[in-house]
Design a protein around this ligand. Structure first.
Ligand code: ZN
Length: 220
């Protein structure tokens, strides 16, 4: 059996840095094993506690299945709402936008009224009146534009749900690294048991974590 340490650029796998030995609590790292021209990838305990290695493909499959289960319809709604709340006090955001717009409208109306006063205060040459009228028309247009202004778009619950749904459909490394806090693995006899903790745990207090994942693996 040939095995070697990862060299150079730190190799990155779907679950890199997330896997822990359920036997002793130490981290598990990926190592490669070549046999008869095939390369096999495993996670192995760094603690040298004697725990069996765990197939990388099992870890990846379980993590992917976990994300799919984690991001159920129900969870998507909860996460979207939690993010919205976290993201920002929608009401405050809209209010501050409105008051900024109101201020600008008031400034332009004041300018408009000043021009109007100028125009009616004295007999003015035609060119000046024409010029003032153009300026007043411009201000009127600008005021109308400001009154139509909408608050800048914010992520809606639907947008966030769409995003979560796309992650669920095809969980990638980013999604796994973002949503999974810890994967505990232990290989015994002919199966590997996993216990997965999600980073969403604080958001989803009553989610079931990592139960029911027992991929069938042939003995090593
Ligand atoms: Zn261990």
């Amino acid at each position: 059996m040939n095995e070697r340490k990862q060299t150079g650029r730190k190799a990155s796998y779907l679950c890199s840095g997330l896997v822990y030995c359920a036997n002793c609590g130490e981290k598990m790292h990926v190592y490669k094993s070549s046999r008869k021209g095939h390369t096999y990838l495993y996670y192995r305990c760094c603690g040298k506690c004697g725990a069996s290695v765990v197939k990388l493909e099992d870890v990846d499959r379980v993590a992917t299945a976990y994300i799919k289960e984690l991001l159920s319809e129900d969870t998507q709604v909860k996460v979207a709402r939690a993010l919205r709340t976290y993201q920002g006090q929608e009401k405050d955001r809209v209010e501050s936008f409105k008051s900024a717009i109101a201020k600008r409208i008031k400034e332009k109306e004041t300018a408009y009224n000043n021009l109007l006063t100028n125009m009616t205060a004295a007999v003015l040459p035609v060119e000046v009146v024409t010029d003032l009228s153009a300026k007043m028309q411009q201000l009127k247009d600008e005021i109308a534009e400001l009154k139509k202004a909408e608050p800048p778009a914010d992520y809606s619950v639907d947008t966030i749900r769409e995003w979560l749904q796309s992650i669920r459909t095809a969980p990638d490394e980013k999604a796994v690294q973002l949503l999974i806090a810890r994967i505990e693995a232990k290989h015994t006899e002919n199966k590997t048991d996993f216990n997965i903790t999600s980073t969403l745990k604080p958001v989803l207090e009553n989610m079931v974590a990592g139960e029911g994942f027992e991929p069938t693996t042939s003995g090593l």
